[in-house]
Design a protein around this ligand. Structure first.
Ligand SMILES: Cc1cc2nc3c(=O)[nH]c(=O)nc-3n(C[C@H](O)[C@H](O)[C@H](O)COP(=O)(O)O)c2cc1C
Length: 359
């Protein structure tokens, strides 16, 4: 396999697991127990030099992380074994995406698969999660262990795509946010999920402006101003991208996460290369979102474009990060933090190794 990092025996073992445990969703669910096992079998101390302090222009609480690496939303959908992710190499874990009520997600399985030849993941899970109340309860029950590991835990929140009749979509998001806020070190607002079968929010400008204003007003009413990032899609055209950033800045929020998964419906990878043939996932007609190796050039370009706009927003790079040198490129280009997820399926103990390479 042609990788941007040196493949080890452990990476080959991981490839063997992918081959012999064909359910990617099962593998995905095994990550939390694996993190717990590694915590005891191979404990790890983050290199001192990898720690990171981040201050924010919007006046929200500064963050101090043991490494600048954050487990991206989607990996800890159940909020299980959270403290163990510190020993995986992370400085923070994003729980969710959470919705106000529990969601089963898309009905047809499989909903996630690896695209081996591209070191990528195709997913159409459809925001399955046990609902914000359960997630918050689980975070609270682990709070002591989380703090002992000096790990930060954030929650990603989104509008429930299946609203009740007469339910206001903004009120739905705000109720989810209000439940998540007290138990979170930071919040992510997911406006860009491409796989619920519903219109994404990050293109409905009037709606977004109103929602971001309400989210900001909610945060102003809290005793503590916690960092709050808005997560965007990598397929926004230049003008929409600049408008999205303006909207976040005008609302007075902390920053943006660049990016969510790449919508497979485009038919190409972000930089225009053709996609391999992809099956429908999750529900008829849905191709879902792609993540992993081919996304990195778009992520780096997004961070550079956002930095050049000089908005003062905090930037978080996410998409296709596989090595310390890529993480370092993002940080050097203006990112405060780096998120990753898919690489964990291809590179054994990826976050630990990336944190050590960063050093
Ligand atoms: C199986 C899977 C589920 C995901 N679920 C979510 C989610 O619930 N909310 C979200 O904001 N992003 C979700 N993502 C997107 C990731 O957080 C991240 O933005 C994307 O995978 C790009 O990073 P990567 O290339 O390092 O994986 C998911 C990704 C995968 C692979």
């Amino acid at each position: 396999m042609n990788t941007t990092y040196q493949t080890t025996v452990a990476d080959k073992f991981l490839a063997l697991l992918r081959e012999n445990i064909p359910s990617a969703e099962f593998r995905h669910e095994s990550m939390a127990p694996l993190a717990r096992a590694m915590q005891y079998l191979a404990p790890w101390q983050a290199p001192r030099t990898a720690s990171r302090k981040v201050r924010f222009a919007d006046g929200s609480c500064p963050m101090e992380l043991r490494t600048p690496l954050v487990l991206a939303a989607g990996a800890a959908k159940q909020a299980r074994c959270l403290s163990a992710f510190a020993s995986f190499g992370f400085g923070a874990v994003t729980v969710g995406t959470a919705t106000l009520r529990p969601r089963k997600g898309n009905p047809l399985h499989p909903r996630v698969r690896t695209v081996e030849e591209s070191r990528a993941i195709q997913n159409a899970m459809g925001l399955n999660n046990p609902g914000i109340e359960t997630l918050v309860r689980r975070i609270a029950s682990e709070r002591f262990a989380i703090e002992s590991e000096r790990l930060l835990v954030g929650v990603s929140v989104a509008e429930d795509p299946d609203l009740l009749p007469d339910e206001s979509p903004d009120a739905n998001v705000l109720a989810c946010l209000a439940a998540a806020y007290p138990e979170s070190d930071y919040i992510e607002l997911n406006l860009s999920c491409p796989n619920t079968g519903h219109e994404r929010l990050d293109r409905a400008w009037d709606r977004i402006r109103r929602l971001l204003g309400e989210v900001s007003a909610f945060r102003e009413r809290q005793e503590v101003r916690k960092p709050l990032w808005v997560k965007l899609s990598p397929d926004l055209a230049d003008e929409s991208f600049a408008t999205a950033l303006d909207n976040v800045r005008e609302a007075g929020l902390t920053g943006v996460i660049l990016f969510n998964t790449w919508p497979a419906a485009h038919g190409t990878w972000p930089m225009g290369e053709p996609l391999p043939e992809l099956p429908e996932l999750g529900r008829p007609g849905l191709l879902g979102g792609l993540s992993g190796h081919p996304l990195f050039p778009r992520t780096l370009d997004g961070i550079r474009r956002a930095a050049s706009l000089k908005t003062g927003l905090s930037l978080v790079g996410c998409g296709g990060v596989e090595t310390g040198s890529q993480a370092s490129d993002l940080l050097d280009s203006g990112a405060d933090l780096v998120q990753l997820y898919s690489v964990l399926a291809f590179r054994w103990m990826a976050a630990r190794r990336i944190a050590e390479e960063l050093r």
